[in-house]
Design a protein. Structure first.
Length: 341
């Protein structure tokens, strides 16, 4: 799988960026307070020779930082590093730590999804049985109606014909409901299968990249990174961290999609009344909305194929087949290896 084209997230959109913004506000507030309360003393100091020299050096330094790209990048790099260190005290921003949390969350979601699949399969078995029983009753009522017609028993004929008609209408609704359940079942089982691979890939990445990250951070310390910024060379530590952050963002989106579809599935199943063969519009609308959305991150191109299978009468779903327990095949690459190319 190729790495998705992910734009690096702006510093200001990250947790440390929020901290940096708050610090900037605080700095300007302090400067404003100093100017308002000590403005006269500052002007008096600047009017002296020493004050003029100090003010000139400060202005020259600021101009140099503004107009020299390397110095500007260095100052911004130092500022970002400080804000990241401060933010890390209160918020988990280490991508390795975040990925470990996602692995635990994925394992919990997989258990819940497996339970949902079992409950859905049980409902589908009951629904299928009800459809078959209705078909048998339709044939029986039509046969009785036919014999009643031959023997001029008009009341019996009308009663049984109407009964057969109601059962036929009921089966149309039940078969529509079964089709929607089939979509749910196919998607849930495929998401379950792909999420197992996702959990395995993340676990492997954490195991490998945790040691690699320590080595890179040890050999490319803050000073080396700062020198790389000054020289205009790529900062290997920053590039590695960016790749890890892209992985965490991709995983976050996939876990979020997994949880949203589980919610859609739960709402739909809760709205189903098998006894009366009806389901609430809200649950159905949520499912249809998902079907019309763009490609799934977890399913990829498999989403459209699954929907086609569910609506194809020749594609018979085997409800007795075990829920797939999938592991990555030997030689199959980790979906996140390409993030570091």
């Amino acid at each position: 799988m190729e790495a998705p084209q992910m734009k690096p997230k702006s510093f200001w959109k990250r947790p440390e960026g929020v901290t940096g913004l708050l610090f900037l506000v605080a700095i300007f507030a302090v400067l404003g307070f100093v100017v308002v309360n000590f403005g006269a003393a500052i002007l008096s100091f600047i009017s002296t020779t020493i004050g003029l020299v100090v003010a000139g050096l400060i202005v020259a330094g600021l101009l140099y930082m503004v107009f020299d790209p390397r110095m500007r990048n260095l100052v911004f790099y130092m500022y970002k590093s400080i804000m990241r260190a401060i933010t890390g005290v209160f918020v988990q921003i280490d991508p390795i730590g975040i990925l470990k949390t996602y692995v635990e969350e994925l394992q919990g979601n997989l258990r819940k999804m497996n339970k949902q699949i079992s409950q859905l399969r049980a409902q589908m078995h009951k629904l299928k049985e009800q459809i078959v029983n209705n078909e048998r009753d339709i044939r029986s009522n039509l046969q009785i109606a036919g014999k009643a017609k031959e023997t001029n028993k008009r009341n019996v004929m009308i009663l049984k014909s109407r009964r057969a008609g109601r059962l036929k209408d009921s089966n149309i609704k039940l078969e529509e409901l079964y089709k929607k359940m089939e979509v749910l079942y196919r998607v849930l089982t495929k998401m379950y299968e792909n999420s197992q691979i996702l959990a395995e890939d993340i676990t492997d990445q954490v195991a490998v990249k945790e040691q690699e990250r320590k080595a890179i951070h040890a050999s490319h310390g803050a000073m080396n990174s700062a020198m790389s910024v000054i020289q205009g060379d790529p900062d290997q530590r920053a590039m590695f961290d960016m790749a890890m952050e892209n992985i965490t963002e991709d995983v976050a989106n996939k876990v979020g999609e997994m949880e949203r579809f589980m919610e859609v599935s739960a709402n739909f199943m809760d709205s189903v009344d098998l006894q009366n063969g009806v389901f609430e519009e809200e649950g159905l609308n949520m499912l249809e909305k998902w079907e019309k959305e763009s490609n799934s991150l977890l399913l990829g191109e498999e989403k459209s194929a699954l929907l086609l299978q569910a609506n194809n009468d020749s594609e018979v779903l085997d409800l007795d087949a075990p829920v797939p327990e999938r592991a990555r095949k030997t030689g199959e690459s980790n979906q996140y290896d390409s993030f570091f190319n």
